[in-house]
Write a protein that binds this ligand. Structure first.
Ligand code: G6P
Length: 615
């Protein structure tokens, strides 16, 4: 949801770090991109519609020689996911004010921008774009009476909404002011250079020492470091932390796409999710970050698992796990709906917030609402130090490593694994027996290896994908714990292959959607050999009777189920609890290959962004 980069050095040109940083952040939005560079001669803005590669080309045309680039040692940059105004060059960031002497980039939404704009127009400010951000640039310029930091804090006090911003001004050479409220911002402290970005992936090439700004922080950034304040100008101290992964983790490493790399990373990612968290002798899970005593766990009457997109689907699997293993009434909730439906929650409710990025605005808002209502909130996030992780104050990090592909894969399997461990822990304080606990500990330990087995089916899955890649509509069916997997399979293929797909409870298909089946609508059936499979086989027969070709995700060796489908893809036989994980990996590969064969832009599908920081 828009990516911001800032770079400040005494000697080094800002051009390359800014463009490289934008490349790392492109997953956050990619409809236009731009940079503003500062030199003694003033501020130069280069921006255009389209992706960062096009911006890079343009920048190289405009600043053709090393010498030209070298004079710009401070700059800000932006890659956009449009909210206000079309994705045009004029609406691209940076936005300028003060006759081109000030430039600003912004991630978030200024909710009262229309009122602010009307006021500024009355004072003679001329606007060129339809964006909310331009208002902020003019506001800062209007308040600038010689102290850049206080001009920006004055401006931000007028703003209702969310922001992560970076701004530079010719009137304040060498100074960059950055601030955050609701949109993430990280500052990397290098040797005589400082890098600012929406997330650490744009920083690790330069330094591993980072400071995560908190909401309400404003900072003055120079090549020599950073001073942080509150909007009321009181100095604030923030810890410098060390990032524990390196550049290799955010590069493609020989794969054609990040999506494929991340699918194949799952055995390692899941090993990291599980590491140190299983207690064999106690037949339970150790999730210290949850910070919940057995008494806390025993006091819960209800669990709600909140999330959006893929995370919501993981939460739906969580419902089955919590209810089956811990006898705990559990509801998966779409975060925005949850927040606005006056949720009936209190101290005896456990709210589990699922978010890969830890920044999704709808999920964050639901977390805040739950905390306000006195519920106990845990975050299950992948990005360390993310807002949801911090505000929840307790939780489980997924440790799945950076996920760059917009379509989420390894985060889903890591979330389900973390939920399974949470359900095991909760269950063991309630009714789950030692032997059941021990069985689950063994099952969880095997997950990475089982996922590795599914990956060996890659070629077979590519073959099946080739057979159906031209279909424009598909159905995915599953029942019980495999129903959310059907939804996730449908979501993956919508996101990356632009195939219209619907996930249905296998039993529900006959109550309407079956009318749409024909030889041109493949049905993907989740047929892992767990309770309920026989009934799904019955539903498969109903589909075939309407001439729909059926692809079955079946358990290894289950020829009885496989003979009912046109094309079987085999995954290892597992317990019911692990079946969603192995089955979804096959669907991730299926979606990937269909998308590849349809020539889609797999890592950055149209209209999407990985981290949606607006409600
Ligand atoms: C966006 C992404 C989805 C993702 C969802 C939730 O819509 O395109 O892939 O599942 O956000 O993201 P989160 O980071 O909260 O898991």
């Amino acid at each position: 949801m828009c990516g911001i980069v800032g770079f400040s050095s005494h000697e080094k040109s800002a051009c390359e770090p800014l463009v490289n940083g934008l490349r790392r952040l492109e997953y956050r939005g990619y409809d236009s991109a731009g940079v503003a560079l500062e030199s003694a001669d003033g501020i130069k803005v280069v921006k255009q519609r389209g992706k960062v590669a096009e911006l890079d080309k343009l920048l190289k045309e405009e600043l053709a020689t090393e010498d030209e680039r070298a004079k710009y040692t401070v700059g800000i940059a932006h890659t956009r996911w449009a909210t206000h105004g079309l994705p045009t060059t004029v609406n691209a960031h940076p936005h300028i004010a003060d006759d081109g002497n000030l430039a600003l980039v912004h991630n978030g939404i200024i909710e009262n921008y229309a009122t602010l704009r009307a006021g500024l127009e009355k004072r003679g400010c001329k606007f060129v774009s339809q964006t909310d951000t331009e208002v902020l640039a003019h506001l800062v310029a209007t308040f600038d009476k010689g102290d850049f930091l206080s001009a920006v804090s004055h401006a931000l006090k007028q703003v209702e909404g969310t922001y992560g911003i970076a701004t530079i001004s010719r009137r304040h050479p060498g100074e960059m002011v950055v601030a955050r409220k609701g949109s993430p911002l990280v500052i990397g402290i290098g040797e005589h250079e400082t890098v600012v970005a929406s997330d650490v992936s744009a920083i690790v090439a330069y330094t591993r020492q980072v400071i995560y700004l908190k909401d309400g922080d404003i900072a003055l950034v120079t090549p020599d470091g950073v001073s942080i304040y509150s909007l009321d100008n009181a100095p604030v101290s923030r810890e410098v932390q060390e990032v524990d992964w390196d550049l290799g983790a955010i590069e493609k490493g020989g794969f054609d796409h990040f999506m494929l790399k991340e699918i194949f990373e799952q055995p390692d990612a899941l090993r990291n999710t599980i590491r140190g968290r299983l207690d064999k002798s106690g037949a339970t899970a150790i999730l210290a970050g949850l910070n919940l005593t057995p008494r806390d766990l025993a006091s819960f009457r209800r669990v709600a698992i909140i999330g959006c997109g893929t995370s919501l689907h993981a939460g739906m699997v969580g419902k089955y796990l919590f209810e089956k293993l811990a006898d705990m009434p559990t509801s998966p909730e779409q975060a925005a709906e949850f927040r606005y439906c006056n949720p009936i929650i209190g101290p005896d409710n456990w709210i589990v917030a699922l978010s890969q990025s830890g920044e999704t605005a709808d999920t964050l808002a639901a977390v805040r609402e739950s905390i306000r209502k006195g519920a106990l909130v845990s975050g299950l996030c992948n990005v360390v130090g993310s807002t949801i992780a911090r505000e929840a104050g307790r939780g489980v990090y997924l440790h799945a490593g950076p996920e760059i592909s917009v379509a989420s894969t390894k985060a889903f399997t890591a979330q389900v694994t973390a939920l399974l461990m949470s359900a095991l822990k909760l269950g063991r304080t309630r009714r789950l027996s030692y032997s059941e606990g021990a069985r689950l500990v063994d099952e969880i330990e095997r997950i990475p290896e089982l996922v590795g087995e599914v990956l060996k089916q890659n070629e077979r899955i590519a073959e099946v994908a080739a057979k159906y890649a031209k279909a424009d509509d598909m159905f995915f069916i599953g029942r019980g714990i495999l129903y959310p997997t059907a939804l996730e399979g449908a979501l993956k293929i919508k996101e990356v292959a632009y195939v219209h797909a619907e996930g249905y409870q296998a039993a529900e298909l006959k109550h309407g959607p079956i009318a749409l089946l024909s030889e041109e609508t493949p049905v993907v059936a989740l047929l892992a050999d767990i309770p309920g499979k026989e009934k799904t086989v019955g539903n498969v027969q109903e589909c075939r009777a309407r001439n729909a070709p059926v692809i079955g995700i079946c358990s290894e060796g289950d020829s009885a189920a496989a003979e009912h489908v046109n094309d079987a893809i085999f995954v290892p036989k597992t317990s019911e609890e692990v079946a969603p994980i192995v089955s979804v990996v096959a669907l991730q590969l299926f979606a990937y290959h269909v998308a590849r064969l349809r020539g889609c832009e797999i890592d950055q599908p149209r209209n999407l962004a990985k981290s949606v920081t607006v409600e």
